[in-house]
Write a protein that binds this ligand. Structure first.
Ligand code: CUA
Length: 682
């Protein structure tokens, strides 16, 4: 196609002057309109920059860099982004879906928090059941309706994202959710019955055999059994749980999942080995001191107590061995979960430690699987461990043990390099050219540095290349497919905390700031700031957009997203009816532009009402809502979807129900009446 070569040729002349850049802008905009009605116009514009464009830049006070950044992120109407971010929603308990490079929010996926637009646990029986299936094993009325989501993990095949499923954890309650990326809906929420806090989740093994979850704040095992803090060393435990993922069913299989008991060292983030290191998991920890705080009793506060030692322990876990041990039945059962006791883990060669300096946070395995990178929050280095050296050291035998008998490998035997990064390095991602990108919290920078052989064989291995300032307080960073076996490079996003001066002020609670950074050139360039005004996202994964194959409507009419199959109870056209049996009422309802059928539902006060409502449409723009005033019910019925509603008609009166999506010109008329006749006692 001649337009394409034209675009390519022009790139060579880019970058010298402001004018060619502007010309390029207009020209590239034309290039995007492949074969459209604008063909012919781009060539005209390429001949020179229209004065109108120069004038806009001048009037808006835009620098050459600003214009360049604008051109790199602008997506014309009707065109799509190249990448998709799946961002944890922090305390919103949800997941955000964001396009890159435009940084436009595409969707919020409801996970742990009721969400009315998607009808998530706001009336539909199926979604309510999924949400409450993650409730606590203590107290039947303890319905959890928020979460602290932290680390999303896309499913992988051979260490690469496959775009099928997404996992996300709830740090506050040790829950893990499964989202199906065919319809971008949550399918399952699993509560760990033995632990209450899980920062180190979710991470997957290279073929998503397991989803990894580690305990953060140690508690007695199980967490609801009381033990005083004086008994910390004896009674408090950590756990690494490996949830078996059944890809066929799209669900975690709890019966095939197991945990490994760990000392109460406050396990933190993990990463699974890949390629050469497949079969192993690496997790950090931050409280080798086993500090228990107690500022009011004259003890050092937690922050000081857990920072006394020079090093904490990197946990090196042989998950393939652990799987064998679990399958051989060498586990104890606790609340229906299988746990490999710490002594067994030590005897069987499942667990090893090595020092990692100064309160580490992230741990990240390089794309080739050869190196494990950990950084101490109170250190200035990234410490690089060699997987081969770790294996040699394990074979040789550990020179020491920790006080629980876990073998501790010699630091000097296993470290490949320590790279000076800056103040407060946290998390590391990778590109396709042998570079690493580490977020540096205290400095508020993203640092680019070179790896070493065999993943990088050029000059100056293990050295810092460049840093770019970010605004401000960067936690994680993400680069395009930057934690897989084949990172793409191109973009990183800095996930910054409160953006105190980047956006119009909106009161004392400031939005977070996602900053898009171009890493494709010699120097990193800041392209875009995106405010996040809902919760504090912790971690994000960035997947190539063409790996996602979502449905545009449900595949068949009567589809139940909870089972991903046609609900036999779904209403079909012509079978709409109301059946009354004593005080139970069953309503079979269809929804189609622009009416519900039936439109009148008359019941007696106290009747138990069950409704099966099916959207019988096949068009993509034909989602209907279903709300009953006064009954706290709102559903989303996407084309083809069938949903069940159960409620007790305990309030007498007349309650309109109506469609909450603007589905047609006669959308306001898409309504009906629920008539609840007062009972004898009212
Ligand atoms: Cu259906 Cu509005």
């Amino acid at each position: 196609m001649s337009g394409y070569t034209g675009c390519k040729r022009y790139v060579r002349y880019l970058g010298l002057f402001f004018l060619p850049i502007l010309a390029f802008a207009v020209f590239m905009a034309g290039c995007n309109n492949e074969g459209g009605e604008n063909e012919g116009k781009p060539a005209q514009l390429a001949a020179g920059v229209p004065d109108s464009v120069k004038k806009i830049a001048e009037e808006r006070g835009l620098s050459e860099k600003d214009v360049e950044a604008a051109l790199k992120t602008y997506i014309p109407s009707g065109k799509f982004d190249d990448y998709v971010l799946f961002a944890s929603g922090g305390h919103s308990g949800q997941v955000f879906v964001i396009g890159v490079p435009s940084m436009r929010l595409l969707k919020t996926i409801a996970v742990f928090t009721p969400e009315p637009w998607q009808g998530w646990a706001t009336g539909s029986a199926e979604t309510h059941e999924i949400l409450t299936s993650g409730d606590m094993p203590i107290g039947e009325d303890r319905t959890l309706n928020w979460a602290d989501t932290h680390h999303p993990a896309l499913t992988e095949t051979n260490g690469d994202y496959d775009g099928q499923f997404l996992f996300i954890n709830d740090k506050a309650n040790a829950r893990v959710a499964v989202i199906d990326l065919r319809d971008f809906e949550t399918k399952q929420i699993v509560k760990n019955p033995n632990t209450i806090s899980d920062h180190g989740a979710t991470f997957v093994t290279p073929n998503s055999e397991y989803v990894i979850e580690t305990t953060q704040y140690a508690t007695p095992l199980p967490f609801y059994e009381f033990a005083s803090l004086d008994e910390y060393k004896e009674k408090y435990k950590g756990l690494a749980t490996l949830y078996k993922f059944d890809r066929e069913k799209g669900r975690i299989d709890e019966s095939a999942s197991f945990s490994i008991e760990l000392p109460p060292y406050w396990q933190d983030l993990c990463d699974a080995g890949k390629k050469v290191s497949d079969g192993w998991i690496f997790c950090n920890s931050i409280n080798a001191e086993m500090a228990t705080g107690g500022i009011n009793e004259g003890n050092p506060p937690f922050e000081a107590g857990i920072s006394q030692r020079e090093a904490d322990y990197l946990h090196i876990i042989n998950w393939k061995k652990a799987e064998e041990v679990f399958k051989a039945g060498k586990t104890k059962e606790l609340n229906g979960a299988h746990i490999i006791p710490l002594d067994t883990a030590i005897e069987e060669g499942i667990l090893y430690f090595v020092d990692v300096p100064k309160s580490p946070h992230g741990v990240d395995v390089t794309p080739d699987g050869n190196f494990i990178i950990a950084s101490g929050k109170l250190d200035t280095h990234a410490t690089v461990y060699s997987f081969n050296k770790l294996m040699d050291a394990i074979k040789k035998g550990a020179p020491e043990k920790d006080e629980f008998g876990v073998p501790v490998l010699a630091f000097d035997d296993v470290v490949e390099a320590q790279v000076e990064i800056g103040l407060g390095p946290l998390h590391t991602q990778f590109d396709s050219d042998g570079n690493a990108y580490t977020s540096v919290f205290i400095e508020s920078t993203l640092a680019k540095w070179r790896l070493g052989p065999p993943i990088y064989n050029g000059p100056d291995p293990w050295t810092l290349v460049e840093k770019i300032p970010v605004q401000y307080n960067i936690g994680h960073a993400v680069c395009a497919e930057g934690d897989t076996v084949s990172p793409d490079g191109k973009y990183c996003v800095a996930l910054n905390k409160w953006s105190i001066d980047r956006f119009l002020p909106v009161g004392p609670l400031h939005p977070q700031n996602f900053q898009l950074i171009d890493i494709s050139g010699d120097k990193m360039e800041l392209l875009y700031d995106m405010p996040i005004g809902v919760g504090e996202p912790h971690y994000v994964q960035m997947i190539k957009a063409d790996k996602l194959k979502p449905w545009l409507v449900y595949p068949e009419v009567g589809f139940d997203p909870a089972t991903m199959s046609v609900d036999p109870e779904a209403t079909t056209v012509g079978n709409e009816k109301i059946e009354i049996d004593g005080n139970t009422v069953r309503v079979s309802m269809s929804a189609i532009r622009s009416h519900f059928n039936p439109e009148h539902i008359t019941v007696n006060q106290g009747d138990k009402v069950t409704m099966y409502i099916t959207n019988v449409e096949r068009a993509r723009d034909a989602t209907h809502g279903f709300a009953i005033d006064g009954y706290n019910i709102n559903l989303s019925l996407e084309p083809g979807e069938s949903t069940k509603v159960e409620f007790s008609a305990d309030k007498p009166g007349v309650f309109p129900f109506y469609c909450t999506e603007f589905c047609s010109a006669l959308h306001l008329e898409m309504m009906g009446y629920l008539l609840v006749k007062p009972g004898p006692g009212s």
